[in-house]
Design a protein around this ligand. Structure first.
Ligand SMILES: C[S@@+](CC[C@H](N)C(=O)[O-])C[C@H]1O[C@@H](n2cnc3c(N)ncnc32)[C@H](O)[C@@H]1O
Length: 275
């Protein structure tokens, strides 16, 4: 079976043989409209003072830490937290020296080492769908946020993913395998309720879409296109003949056949710590 890097491994990139692909994927995604829109949504909600303290949980390669650093003055700071050391090594080498308000520490959102009430704001971008105990994670975030502290979260809704063209059952079955590959496939649409049930109020949300016409680009996100189809054939859900016909339609030499279109919704939710 074809081994592709998959979104599932984002929960533990240190142990993956594809670290450089995850790294490039995050850099690419940080330039896309939905990622830029989320940072701006967060900045509007935070209404940052120059001396604010922010925590970015699951900071990856640190693009949000660099973005928010530019809004902070001498008394302000942003701390990037990630459970993967390889991302932190990059941030320490390339982000921290250029953005004096940015610091990086290793940690797990389910058990953070910060003091109670340490931060004014928390930013968390595409992390919670990897976490088994989301309630524990949100309790930790409440603990380290001040009363009235602000939280913004963005989560994809993997079950909203659409792959076109519809060819026999291929795209429908592909969508099923894609959604099954993450811990919480419907995290996006459930996010607002989860935040409300875990002590956050004054909630509001906005949706963004990721919209890709290029198969190579789609795969570069960690969307395991070929591997899911192979799995469906191995499980007897699709015939190899039908998959081959489908691949001929979408898989041009340069990955740019017009018939390929991937789309998925992401939800951004802002709230306030009700503590
Ligand atoms: C899809 S990436 C998003 C990275 C970053 N927020 C961004 O916007 O580029 C998910 C990140 O969450 C981190 N992560 C996954 N599970 C975590 C956990 N339990 N605690 C802290 N970080 C975690 C991963 O190492 C990875 O950097």
């Amino acid at each position: 079976m074809k081994k592709e890097f998959s979104i599932r491994e984002f929960s533990n990139v240190d142990s993956s043989e594809f670290f450089s692909k995850y790294f490039r994927s995050l850099l690419l995604q940080s330039m896309l409209p939905y990622s830029v829109a989320f940072k701006s949504f967060a900045a509007d909600h935070f209404r940052l003072r120059s001396d604010a303290s922010i925590v970015d949980i699951g900071c990856g390669c640190g693009s949000a830490c660099a973005y928010f650093s530019a809004h902070l003055g001498d008394g302000g700071r942003i701390v990037g937290v990630d459970r993967c050391q390889k991302f932190l090594d990059y941030c320490d080498a390339y982000i921290a020296p250029n953005f004096p308000q940015a610091f990086f520490v290793r940690g797990d959102v389910r058990k953070l080492t910060f003091a109670d009430n340490e931060f004014d704001c928390c930013f968390i971008d595409r992390v919670l769908h990897h976490v088994d105990d989301i309630a524990a994670a949100l309790q930790e975030i409440r603990r380290i946020l001040k009363p009235g502290g602000k939280l913004v979260v963005m989560e994809p809704d993997f079950a909203s993913a659409i792959l076109s063209p519809k060819y026999k059952d291929v795209s429908t079955i592909w969508q099923e395998y894609f959604a099954k590959d993450v811990t919480h496939a419907k995290m996006g649409r459930e996010l607002m309720s989860i935040m409300m049930d875990n002590g956050f109020g004054d909630l509001y949300s906005k949706a963004e879409t990721v919209d890709v016409n290029n198969l190579n680009f789609c795969c570069s996100f960690g969307v395991s296109f070929y591997a899911y189809l192979e799995r469906a054939v191995a499980d007897g859900r699709l015939s190899q003949v039908v998959v081959d016909e489908y691949l001929q339609r979408v898989d041009g030499v340069d990955g740019r056949r017009k018939e390929m279109h991937f789309m998925m919704d992401l939800f951004m939710v802002a709230g306030v710590n009700n503590k």
